[in-house]
Design a protein around this ligand. Structure first.
Ligand code: FAD
Length: 509
């Protein structure tokens, strides 16, 4: 099942590092027994694989303890791999890229440090899940909604650093992070943006800071461990309208995409819609997978004062009703104060109310754990191009007979063509086939100028290798930054295909 080598790297003196972690953090914060270390295993990998197994897990409870962990790792040359909830499944979950790394589990740092309802932001530690943020917002008075991904189990900070997506007007999660406090790979503490000014009033309200904007250095990278951050929220609307449209066939898809782009640019659709292929909808708004690949659904929402929502819905009818085969499968207007009693996950997710309901949907094909590999090339929000990409992805899966589901995540100009290929983790040959097919599909899409935005440990080097403009200068700059910030190469080696100098030597580069 191994597409990449995870064992050729020097690990430093792991045993002495573990002893030092135990002395510094206490025994209950350091896990070494194999049974408990299963928590740091990718649940969607082949069951017998030990390719990405860590040697230990440490669980710091404070910024000072994170700094101590990093200091010890530097002393012993031990690679660290951090996560906040470890739910980055389909991308490797909690597992490290280098076998034998020590994973840093930040879930004990789980305080919501501030909710500012007037200015609509919260300040959170990395262990704060979407469930926790939702509860804190309701407890604070309910005037703010958070955007959330489909599953409430993940970390607000981690999901955002992975360029995670949600389905409200603020669904581009990395754009919501602001004023991060970061432990650098050397153990020093840094604040981004106007957090650099002691007692700054602008830290959580003004994004750009002064000089180069450094927040992005800590996204999809091993350049630092974010120990707290601001996160922007949305004002609770007076009314919230859920819309589902169903349509069939190629022509309708092209017209829906082009119409939706205009509606998004005109701001008559307010959130990040999803277009789904091969799903059916019941009258409560619950979806089920179907084998009918001609059947399409789209879901989106409108928020605001009652008069604005009414007028916007009327305008949307005028725009979409002319499309052949299109039907308004569902249209419901809720009060913004309603937080309970929704009939479906989709109604909740566009209102920022977290759940785990769709895990069941993903277990329909092969049962638990619902293993799937997400292939997510970007595309442009142009109907004919979306159709072409959708057909290529369909062919890509049909060639190898992999069952799949597509959910296109929409922004005004961009489409993330997220498709999930299902497999049985007990079947090594099938698992390998899905992973190898992914590599091939990356090649097909990159040749068309379409790059995936996030990927599994098995494919991070391959996806990075496609960014070849001017002799891979983007990677070389990222490596230069990495080598400066992380001179001993202790943090997150191989994340997004970026390796510190010592590992590049181990790789013979
Ligand atoms: C059925 C299903 C549906 C899903 N739907 C969505 C969806 O709608 N939207 C979406 O975005 N995802 C979705 N996911 C993917 C995933 O579950 C979420 O993105 C989840 O939030 C990621 O896990 P996590 O938050 O626990 O991140 P973690 O596993 O904790 O971390 C992921 C990575 O983030 C980085 N990181 C973590 N913590 C820090 C830190 N403190 N500082 C710096 N870097 C850090 C590390 O590189 C780490 O490897 C879905 C998955 C499944 C199975």
């Amino acid at each position: 099942m191994e597409l990449v080598d995870s064992t050729r790297y020097r690990l430093g003196d792991v045993d002495r590092a573990i002893a030092a972690f135990q002395a510094e953090l206490g025994g209950d914060a350091v896990v070494t027994d194999p049974e408990h270390l299963k928590a740091a295993r990718d649940p969607y990998t082949y069951v017998e694989s030990d390719q990405f197994d860590p040697s230990a897990m440490v669980m710091p409870s404070s910024t000072e303890e994170v700094q101590a962990v990093v200091r010890i790792a530097n002393e012993h040359g031990t690679p660290l791999w951090m996560w906040s909830q470890g739910k980055n499944v389909t991308y490797g979950g909690p597992a490290p890229r280098v076998k034998g790394s020590v994973v840093v589990n930040l879930s004990r740092m789980n305080r919501v440090l501030e909710v500012n309802e007037d200015l609509a932001y919260a300040v959170v530690e990395p262990g704060v899940r979407w469930f926790d943020l939702y509860d804190a917002l309701e407890a604070a008075g309910g005037r703010c909604w958070t955007s959330i991904p489909d599953l409430g189990w993940g970390s607000v900070i981690a999901n955002s650093t992975e360029y995670g997506r949600g389905y409200t007007p603020m669904g581009d999660h990395p754009e919501n992070l602001i004023g991060q406090e970061v432990v650098l790979p050397t153990g020093e503490l840094m604040r981004t943006g106007f957090g650099a000014l002691p007692d700054s009033v602008g830290r959580y309200v003004y994004k750009h800071g002064f000089g180069p904007r450094l927040d992005g250095l800590f996204f999809q990278s091993g350049n630092g461990i974010i120990v707290n951050s601001g996160f922007w929220l949305q004002r609770r609307p007076e009314k919230y309208a859920v819309i589902w449209l169903s349509f069939r066939g190629d022509e309708a898809l092209v017209r829906v995409v082009d119409t939706m782009r205009e509606a998004l640019l005109e701001k008559s659709i307010h959130n990040h819609p999803v277009i789904m292929r091969g799903t059916t909808l019941d009258s409560d708004g619950n979806t089920t997978f179907s084998t009918d690949q001609d059947a399409w659904l789209t879901r989106f929402a409108v928020y605001g004062r009652e008069g604005v929502v009414d007028a916007t819905l009327k305008a949307l009818h005028d725009q979409f009703d002319v499309i052949p085969t299109l039907e308004w499968a569902r249209e419901v207007v809720y009060d913004g104060t309603k937080r309970e009693g929704f009939p479906s996950h989709d109604d909740r997710v566009m209102a920022g109310i977290p759940d785990l309901d769709i895990l069941d949907l993903f277990q329909q094909v092969y049962g638990p754990p619902g293993a799937h590999l997400d292939f997510s090339p970007t595309g442009r929000m142009v109907g004919t191009e979306v159709l072409e990409t959708a057909k290529l992805i369909q062919e890509g899966y049909e060639e190898v007979g992999a069952p799949f589901f597509s959910g296109l995540m929409i922004s005004p100009r961009n489409v993330l063509h997220v498709s999930s290929a299902f497999y049985d983790v007990k079947d090594e040959a099938q698992t390998r086939k899905v992973y190898e097919n992914y590599t091939r599909m990356v090649d097909v899409m990159a040749a068309r100028g379409q790059q995936v935005y996030r990927t599994h440990l098995q494919h991070q080097d391959h996806v990075q290798s496609k960014l070849s403009f001017n002799d891979h200068i983007q990677r070389r700059v990222a490596e230069a930054i990495k080598d400066t910030l992380d001179p001993n190469g202790v943090l997150q080696p191989g994340k997004a295909g970026i390796w510190a100098k010592r590992y590049r030597e181990d790789r013979g580069e």
